[in-house]
Design a protein around this ligand. Sequence first.
Ligand SMILES: C[S@@+](CC[C@H](N)C(=O)[O-])C[C@H]1O[C@@H](n2cnc3c(N)ncnc32)[C@H](O)[C@@H]1O
Length: 278
Amino acid sequence: MVFLNSNVAILRLCEKSLKVREIISAEHIGIFAADPNSIAKAEGIGSRLSLPVINVRDAKPLILEVSNTHVSLVYTAPKSPGATLVDFVGGKMGYRSKNSGFKDQDIIKACGIKKGMRPTILDATAGLGRDGFILASTGCKVTLVERNPIIALLLEDGIKRASEVTQTADIAANITFHNCNSVKFINAIISMDMPEVIYLDPMYPHRTKSSLVKKEMRALRDVVGDDFDSDDLLTAALQKASKRVVVKRPKGAEYLADKKPSMSFDGKSTRFDVYFVG
Ligand SMILES: C[S@@+](CC[C@H](N)C(=O)[O-])C[C@H]1O[C@@H](n2cnc3c(N)ncnc32)[C@H](O)[C@@H]1O
């Protein structure tokens, strides 16, 4: 069964110590219903992902815990980090609490969003949707594409909840989501549908402890692994964006595909490389 990166049906799971990295197979993940009312929903998710529904919570090292309201990714080992879920309403991404800071962020400037300019954006590496949600919160129409089915499920769940809450419904309405490979998606774009901006934030092969500190980043890295086709993504994006391609990289990282950007925005830990096209 292939459900992670295209041809890699393995999941890297960090056990109790960050130093202990174990390679385990996809069969170590289960779907768990948090309460009896959520069993039907859990079974639906199990059949969508071709993963078993389990009755004992810690029968697998990693579970998708399903309740009537949420889906979260949970490590069941003792002392594991907390659940990872997509929450655009509360939590760190809580829209109204954070919104005031969004407008000055480098991501906004790199994408060319300013007064009177709300470009259409394709975020081709949607992940847990944090960047996409920031972009959509400015009023831009944003298409999110994510290929990993587990990450896609978490993201869809977060977008759905955001669409049901008054504070975030208008932002969720700016978002369209697709669960597929972006290289194929981008290559299939016809000229009248070209987005003005294509935004890329592929996984960067970190190997250090510090990259595993944030639980969302750890979950993403464990489930997704490395992205091996980032250069292809840039090549495709440069053909199909009508104004610019923006690539998010860690500060000091080499350019994607060794291609020098037109300009960069350098932040404390992140850099946004901008490629003007057309
Ligand atoms: C670093 S994460 C993106 C995080 C995201 N910017 C956010 O704010 O949450 C990279 C994501 O891009 C996805 N990805 C990478 N290459 C892709 C491709 N060719 N097609 C679709 N998704 C891709 C990975 O599966 C992963 O979930």
